[in-house]
Design a protein. Structure first.
Length: 303
């Protein structure tokens, strides 16, 4: 071996282990920093409603917790949306159950929901929905794929217009969609002004409680008008949204309603409301199509 070659090699040999030790040392804090950044971003996105809908929030929280499995991380996540029992449920299960298994639940439950919803959707139906619910959208898209012929009426869902997301998603799947302003929901639910009456209402849920469900503001009015017009209301929701705890009603930022409003005008922005079980004909969950009280009995037996 020539002198220069052996010098090169010894340099390489000398550099190798030193370098990898150095990179090992610097990579750990770097990795922690990255993980913390990712974790904090998810918490922020949940808090700022960038991540919307019960299922998406629960999934995101689960991913975040598996990045940082500490007590304080769990606390942070739980306080990011205290109104989401499904997130509470998955975080509680996350200490004993593998992430893969928990994530699989969302899809397995949705497949069951789709099958059960299919039995309720009839050809020619006009289905009214509100806000954006992954459980509802997926069930409708599945029914369309199975050849059901129906159309959807939906609301804009002010102040954040989640109805637009629903309309776009359903339209993309080839479903005919007619959107109404929230204040026109009475027209959409009755045979007025040339509108055909809706045949059924599909609502999602954030929380399934013993006496009814919590869903996006406007849901109770919809359920009341539907009942007055003899239109059945079906809740489409994963049973993991069930809780026996009291769930607070979320009040959101006032500038969602009126940015830079004059100072002397009081604004309220309640994001959710309670729909009593008396308005609910069926709950469509992975446990089947059930009367609300039967659902509560069945789900209460589960862990
Ligand atoms: C969303 C909303 C949805 C439920 C159910 O409100 O009220 O109907 O979360 O959704 P927000 P999913 O956008 O304010 O979170 O079926 O996706 O779990």
């Amino acid at each position: 071996m020539t002198k220069s070659k052996s010098k090169k090699n010894s340099k390489k040999r000398g550099k190798g282990p030193k370098n990898s030790k150095k990179s090992q040392k610097s990579s750990k804090p770097e990795k922690t920093k990255k993980t913390n950044k990712k974790f904090n971003k998810i918490v922020k996105d949940i808090k700022n409603i960038k991540i919307q809908g019960a299922r998406n929030v629960a999934k995101a929280a689960l991913n975040a917790y598996f990045l940082k499995k500490t007590k304080s991380a769990k606390k942070k996540l739980l306080s990011s949306r205290p109104t989401e029992p499904m997130m509470q449920k998955v975080l509680q299960k996350a200490d004993k159950t593998p992430k893969k298994e928990l994530l699989a639940h969302f899809d397995i439950a949705q497949e069951e929901i789709n099958k059960h919803a299919l039995k309720i959707i009839k050809n020619g139906d006009i289905i009214f929905t509100h806000c954006h619910s992954t459980n509802v959208s997926n069930a409708l898209i599945h029914a369309k794929k199975q050849g059901k012929k129906f159309q959807v009426y939906n609301t804009e869902t002010r102040p954040l217009y989640q109805g637009r997301k629903t309309a776009k998603e359903l339209r993309k799947a080839g479903i005919k969609v007619t959107m109404f302003a929230d204040s026109a929901l009475g027209v959409a639910l009755s045979k007025e002004q040339g509108t055909k009456k809706a045949d059924k209402v599909f609502l999602g849920a954030d929380a399934l409680l013993k006496k009814g469900v919590i869903n996006k503001i406007g849901s109770e009015v919809i359920a009341q008008i539907a009942k007055n017009n003899k239109i059945p209301v079906h809740i489409v929701a994963d049973s993991w949204k069930f809780t026996k705890k009291d769930i607070p009603m979320e009040q959101r930022k006032l500038n969602e309603i009126w940015d830079r409003a004059p100072k002397n005008i009081k604004i309220k922005n309640p994001a959710f409301e309670f729909v009593p079980k008396k308005y609910i004909k069926t709950i469509i969950s992975e446990l089947g199509n059930l009367k609300y009280s039967d659902f509560v009995k069945k789900v209460s037996k589960k862990k």
